[in-house]
Ligand binder design. Structure first.
Ligand code: WQD
Length: 406
């Protein structure tokens, strides 16, 4: 084991208890380079999931050390998650949390970087409660960014989405594609990217004219369709009620959690291989790996940092967006077939009208993330379905425990 190691970097993950968040936190713990702090309002997640993440990381770490090796203090510190049940729209509460880690005398030890995942994400729902979406996704992000600046925290990994492309002019979709979302949810993602981009640019100008030393750096990760779960079956997607997304819905059907287990296929008259919509599904652990690479790329002076921001013209901000996808499309019917194989459940399907906001095909061009970040998404669809099913059959009723608030 290496000698004098770097001190753990404090990394805040917002939405850390959620489906994506918990897998990102797990992957950060595995690196043993970070002290993870989570802020989550548990609107769409449960505190129990973070306890399981910490347990899982410690178990796996102990196993890797062998039976008679003592755990070092670092081993223990790097698997303890400081989890705050807090809403990001509560500015003073979030400020207080940043203050806890910040020692003003030596301006050290504060929060090193932020992985901002917390957001409401249902396209359909966003059309009926747009203000809630703008409040929770955009205002909260602006509030978070201002607190980051106040506490000299200048590194951000932002969770964005392929939804920023709306109906893309070309597929596979490169990052240079114009952003033209066609739902309030998608527009919150576009707006947040633009806010972050402007902050990076103004910070870059401030460094150029000497009024500040460290530029604000950000990497925006545009998720395609995350799927699957950690193979242990201990963490996974656990939506309340009937899932809106295809894969968790198919998992709920197979485990008997859905009354009418007939899958409504939203249209089969699209210009695709079998008429149903095509999406780019990637394993949630591969997606999580992309976040660790992005954090490593925000380490000033690292080769990854040079590579990622080499193309940033002088005076422009250190902002970069990357697609996280496999670059491979799968249709609805192909997904149903893959889940039939994984679960043994004989799905019934019924073709109905198209769903508002759906586009025929969303497939990533992942080449930029591959060449610059070294990102890869090797897990195949069969593995995604097997891991999803392993999670779901182990948690038939999910973790939805009644949270009694006094
Ligand atoms: C996949 C395909 C449906 C349910 C969503 C969000 C997006 C992102 C990922 C946040 C589509 C079809 C689905 C059903 C169906 N989330 N379908 N019957 O819409 O690609 O993306 O999740 O970033 O913002 O919109 O995923 O799983 O909802 O749908 O036919 O009962 O399955 O039409 O073509 P989507 P999805």
């Amino acid at each position: 084991r290496s000698g004098q190691e770097e001190p753990l970097k404090n990394v805040l993950v917002t939405g850390g208890a959620g489906y994506i968040g918990s897998h990102v936190v797990y992957t950060l713990l595995k690196t043993r380079q970070y002290k993870v702090i989570s802020i989550d309002n548990h609107h769409n997640s449960l505190p129990a999931s973070l306890a399981r993440v910490s347990e899982l990381a410690l178990e796996e770490h102990k196993a890797s050390l062998g039976p008679d090796t003592q755990l070092s203090q670092r081993d223990i510190d790097s698997t303890i998650i400081d989890a705050y049940d807090c809403d990001l729209t509560n500015h003073s509460a979030v400020r207080e949390i940043f203050g806890k880690y910040y020692s003003s005398e030596n301006r050290k030890g504060g929060i090193w970087g932020v992985v901002h995942i917390a957001a409401y994400k249902a396209v359909g729902e966003s059309t009926s409660i747009p203000l809630t979406y703008y409040q929770n996704n955009v205002s909260a992000t602006i509030s978070l960014l201002s607190i980051m600046l106040e506490f000299d925290c200048t590194r951000l990994v932002y969770s964005s989405s392929a939804t920023v492309y709306g109906t893309p002019p070309e597929v596979p979709i490169p990052e240079r594609t114009r952003r033209e979302a066609d739902s309030p949810y998608g527009r919150t993602k576009v707006m947040c990217e633009m806010v972050v981009e402007d902050l990076c640019e103004s910070s870059g100008n401030a460094v150029a004219d000497g009024s500040t030393k460290t530029p604000f750096q950000a990497i925006s990760l545009r998720y395609f369709n995350p799927a699957g779960a950690h193979p242990s079956g201990k963490i996974g997607e656990d939506p309340r009620g009937r899932p809106g997304n295809l894969l968790p819905l198919l998992a709920h059907m197979a485990v008997g959690r859905v009354q009418d287990p007939v899958l409504k296929v939203f249209g089969n008259d699209y210009p695709t291989v079998d008429g149903t919509c095509v999406r780019d599904y990637l394993h949630v652990l591969d997606l999580a790996g992309g976040h660790v690479l992005a954090l490593q790329a925000l380490q000033e002076g690292s080769t990854l940092n040079e590579k990622v921001f080499a193309s940033v013209r002088a005076g422009k901000g250190k902002f970069k967006a990357y697609n996280l996808g496999k670059g491979k499309g799968m249709s609805v019917l192909q997904i149903v077939e893959a889940m039939r194989k994984a679960t043994g459940f004989e799905y019934q399907t019924e073709v109905v009208g198209r769903r508002r906001g759906d586009v025929p095909a969303l497939i990533a061009d992942p080449s930029l993330a591959r060449t610059e970040l070294g990102f890869d998404a090797p897990h195949d669809l069969e593995t995604m379905c097997r891991d999803l099913w392993n999670w779901q059959k182990g948690n038939p009723a999910g973790y939805v425990i009644l949270q009694v608030k006094f």
